[in-house]
Design a protein around this ligand. Structure first.
Ligand code: PEP
Length: 248
């Protein structure tokens, strides 16, 4: 049985009090399940000491300390009780120019510091229209993730997030999600090995909400979700949670 994960990516949303209230509401139903909240860094220290859901950082810098104005290190995150990070989100790649080389360094730093990571991958629309999405995603994985040593894969989850589906209201069909997740799993089997491929959680992200979650999570190879917009409303997120954990 593979681990299921439901992750909320709050991005640059919610004021402090709103974040605390939403975390409290989520804690009420998320008990004992693998729910992670990727909150704005400013609130991590406070949120990590509350509730029973893991909180994670949307971003960090790979260096240990030093003259990197505005950045946050993994040691600083650890000192605030945080041990989950997102890496490779398309918004960081596109808007903040995070290169595959930088992502590889972030992966190495996070893994060697004992963090759990969600590594995001996914193609833009023009790549899918050219039918090059499988190759594109595999190249993203090869460039920044697949070098992770065999004994560290238990710290890794992958989120497949087609860029054309993030925040657009346009979600991948179950067929599109399942075939990409299967392709990722088969690629991991080929590149890393059967054991890792069987146990690796692969999450779907991209306009997943309370109306499509059931269908997406019914796919054999979809082990959870990385949820943006719909994670900002407790009721929607709760329904997505119920769909993943089959609580009806
Ligand atoms: C995301 O930011 O990772 C995401 C999937 O956003 P949304 O659910 O809003 O598409």
């Amino acid at each position: 049985m593979r681990k299921k994960i439901l992750a909320a990516n709050w991005k640059m949303n919610l004021l402090r009090d709103e974040a605390i209230e939403l975390q409290q509401q989520i804690s009420l139903f998320a008990q004992n399940q693998n729910v992670q909240i990727y909150a704005p860094s400013l609130y991590l220290s406070e949120l990590s000491n509350e509730g029973n859901v893991a909180v994670g950082a949307q971003n960090f810098y790979f260096e240990k300390f030093g003259a990197y104005t505005g950045e946050i290190s993994l040691n600083q995150l650890k000192s605030c009780g945080v041990n989950h990070v997102l890496i490779g989100h398309s918004e960081r790649r596109q808007l903040f120019f995070e290169t595959e080389e930088l992502l590889k360094k972030k992966v190495d730093a996070a893994i060697s510091n004992g963090f759990n990571i969600i590594f995001c991958c996914g193609e833009p629309l023009e790549v899918r229209e050219k039918n090059e999405h499988f190759e594109f995603v595999l190249n993203q994985l090869k460039a920044s993730l697949l070098h992770v040593s065999d004994d560290c894969w238990n710290q890794v989850a992958i989120a497949y997030e087609p860029i054309w589906a993030i925040g657009t209201g346009r979600t991948a069909s179950t067929e599109q999600a399942d075939e990409m997740h299967l392709y990722i799993r088969k690629s991991i089997e080929k590149e890393i090995g059967l054991e890792v491929s069987k146990s690796l959680p692969i999450l779907y992200g991209g306009s997943c909400n309370e109306t499509n979650a059931n269908e997406l999570f019914s796919c054999d190879n979809v082990d959870g979700g990385l949820i943006g917009g719909a994670s900002l409303k407790c009721e929607s997120f709760k329904e997505i949670f119920n769909a993943l954990y089959e609580l009806y």
